[in-house]
Ligand binder design. Structure first.
Ligand SMILES: Cc1cc2nc3c(=O)[nH]c(=O)nc-3n(C[C@H](O)[C@H](O)[C@H](O)COP(=O)(O)O)c2cc1C
Length: 363
């Protein structure tokens, strides 16, 4: 059993976070992860972008505002995790483009926790990402929910400390989907952030097994957040063809191209390579560390990406855009979420126990 500050803070068994991953709302995944003793996260980017899947996942035909839909979804996850008393949270992008929607999503969590005592016990975390944490302090801090924020750099991590964030998630450039304009990978980013702040840090980007969990702990993290690895599990809400593409991918089979909220890492296929080519021509700032925004980015880039998302929902394998991290190259099975989590922590424990034998040349 590996217990860290993250486990103590949240009352979870294992120092593992199942990442929020849009466009799906990761309902089944979050419930399965919470039931298996990790922190399960519901992704809200589908709700923010108005993706119908998030709506249909609730009760088939049900419609409503993102605020109403998320509230219903949270009560459903509470029901799905009631036997294990699993701990869950939500991921919400707070990039400038989606401030109004993010406000509704965060308010839904705060309201649900205020109206239901069990929610206060088990809906414990808001993970914000893809934006500046500072403007959210006044909304999130007084509510008592634990606040995690995802960062790609030491500078951003220091901003999180100013904002009063409880846990910083340092996300390296090898991670799936949202990556930073400046590419810094986990092996450099994670220890740099740990050394720069006194807030607990979780590593993200490239984690998938016991060895990588043990490495994160060695680098000073209190746990790991895994996205791509959880995507490729039996319970994951993602399409079978997406999961299979992860199994087929080697470590060089991802590409970075312009996404809706900045650079995104996709599994290589015809559509993602075309998007990369358009990005090189029309939004080269992405490869030069020069951010553009929705007002300045070439419309062709956005059009191509939106077509890719539509094709994904339509099940069009050729044109679909599938996000995924470099770690896809290390994934070759589709376990249940519980099998995965149990294996990761058992392996990590074995590795950590074996390390003293490596000191001083002893076998
Ligand atoms: C398919 C996919 C969708 C993602 N969507 C989101 C999202 O909506 N919001 C977000 O903050 N991060 C998103 N991420 C990033 C994850 O939350 C996580 O930080 C990342 O997957 C970690 O790297 P890994 O894939 O190497 O585990 C996504 C990742 C993937 C693979």
């Amino acid at each position: 059993m590996i217990r860290t500050e993250l486990c103590e803070m949240l009352g979870i068994e294992h120092p593992i976070i199942q990442a929020g991953m849009g466009p799906y709302s990761t309902n089944s995944l979050a419930a399965a992860a919470a039931n298996a003793g990790a922190l399960g996260l519901i992704s809200t980017s589908g709700l923010i972008l108005g993706a119908t899947q998030a709506q249909e996942a609730l009760t088939g035909e049900e419609t409503g505002t993102p605020y109403e839909l998320l509230k219903r979804l949270l009560y459903r996850i509470k029901e799905d995790t009631k036997d294990s008393k699993g701990i869950f949270g939500i991921n919400c992008m707070v990039s400038a483009e989606f401030t109004a929607q993010a406000r509704d999503i965060i308010q839904a969590v705060i309201d649900v926790r205020n109206e239901d005592a069990e929610m206060r016990e088990r809906l414990k975390v808001i993970v914000t990402s893809a934006g500046d944490p500072l403007p959210w302090t006044e909304t999130i801090k007084p509510s008592g929910v634990k606040w995690f924020h995802v960062v790609p750099s030491v500078r951003h991590a220091k901003r999180c400390e100013r904002a009063g964030v409880d846990v910083i998630i340092a996300s390296g450039h090898e991670g799936g989907m949202h990556v930073a304009w400046e590419p810094v990978h986990t092996m450099v980013l994670l220890p740099a952030v740990v050394n720069a702040v006194s807030t607990p840090v979780v590593g993200a980007g490239g984690f998938c097994d016991g060895a990588t969990l043990a490495a994160a702990l060695a680098l000073g993290a209190v746990g790991v957040q895994m996205g791509t690895r959880f995507l490729a599990t039996k319970e994951s809400d993602f399409m079978q063809m997406w999961k299979e593409q992860i199994l087929k991918s080697g470590e060089r089979d991802t590409t970075v191209a312009r996404g809706i909220v900045g650079p995104g890492r996709y599994l290589k296929n015809e559509a993602s390579l075309e998007l990369t080519e358009i990005t090189v021509k029309k939004a080269p700032g992405l490869f030069l560390g020069q951010p553009d925004d929705l007002m300045t980015v070439a419309p062709e880039v956005m059009k191509k990406e939106l077509e890719g998302f539509a094709a994904t929902f339509a099940g069009d394998e050729k044109k679909a855009l599938w996000a995924g991290g470099e770690v896809a190259g290390r994934i070759d099975d589709l376990p249940t979420v519980k099998e995965l989590i149990d294996k990761v922590v058992t392996e990590a424990e074995e590795i950590i126990r074996s390390l003293p034998r490596k000191i001083g040349g002893r076998k």
